[in-house]
Design a protein around this ligand. Sequence first.
Ligand code: ACO
Length: 427
Amino acid sequence: MSKQTLTITDNRTGNTIELPIEHDTIPAIGLRQLKVQADDFGMMAYDPGYTNTASCKSRITYVDGDKGILRYRGYPIEQLAEKSTFLEVAHLLLFGELPTASKLTDWNARIMAHTQIDKDLKGVLKTFRGDAHPMGILISAVAAMSTLYPEAKQVHDSEIRLQQVVRVLGQLPTAVAFAYQNLLGRPHTDPDGALGYSENFLHMMGLTGDGEVDPVLARAMDVLFILHADHEQNCSTSALRNIASSDADPYCALAGAVAALYGPLHGGANEAVLRMLAEIGDTKKIPAFLERVKNREVRLMGFGHRVYKNYDPRAQIVKKIAYEVFDVTGSNPLIDIAVALEQAALEDDYFVSRRLYPNVDFYSGIIYQAMGFPVEIFPVLFALGRAPGWLAQWMELMDDAEQRIARPRQIFLGEAERAYLPIGERG
Ligand code: ACO
């Protein structure tokens, strides 16, 4: 077997160092040995946006962006989306294995027994103005839970950790639905622990058609949650890991993750896609819109991904679900624009040469809208789906002896030391 090391020669000095290679990675700290003078700091790697830096070792989610592969704990996303329920996938992400039938029954019951929210949280949720963005409300709701469960600070106690996991998964949909009904000035609907997870959420949101939640829509919601459940070290998960690395409680770390998700380049993209499709308004206007994208006036939202340089496997599944949902709800006219836009982009050299494909958010918003969700709430739906992934990543971090407080370095390019100027002497 060849030697598993990397030899680097510093051409400034002629010095050579040899670094171990493990998992196709070198320890960045090894670069510090490269110095011109003995008292130099040594070299670092510069990587804005962390495009090629592994921040952790993880066993949860595997993504191969070139091949379009996504697996949770080894299971292909296509099989989980077809065969599993969301809470079953949450169990898989959190504990590493698909549950047995009896464990799944217990797990479902445990989560559904924690769907009631505290009256003080209801009080917080009632304070927002009618035009408040639901993501701002969700960030506040999760942060407020930190004040209600102070024992959550004991992040190195695994029993206490699990208790917070159950609370988050149980309560988040209720908090979202309560806030939503409150914004609309409608009475809230209590959670019903006898329903399935997604069915209960649609029930509390009032998306019940003639009385009961349509099983096709409940299943579609469940699958959309599964597709969003984890995506390894993305922007919001990295934000969560950074915050939690200081031993902040999980609610504070989750509030930070939701905040990172809010941006239109991440979880806010599903909302931005809908607004973009509505603005295009007609398939005839697609060529002119794509010209604007190519002139860099706007981005084609729902396209492109840091990791996927091939079709996002989640987007294929979402596209299929769209038509199943439309059979129940009637079609969303924006689907024709989306399909034509995707086709035009995939035939255009600008997108082909940059390997830009639809991501999970290109079609999800069209489904949410057909189901009756308002556009502003789309990123919140992403957050509800991502919650088990965030929590699994948090639990993994807490048990990882190699992790330390997250603290990147910088290249300082500012002023060297200079003398303080009294105010009267400044130009
Ligand atoms: N529309 C037009 N051009 C794009 C797009 C897009 N959506 N995405 C990337 N590009 C272009 C860039 O302009 C750049 O071109 P250049 O090399 O000529 O300058 C090239 O493709 C590479 O793009 P980067 O911005 O370097 O890619 P990065 O990995 O940093 O960004 C991101 C990934 C943020 C997802 C980007 O593709 C984007 O903005 N997409 C639209 C927003 C979106 O859909 N976000 C959701 C992502 S999925 C998720 O979070 C669940």
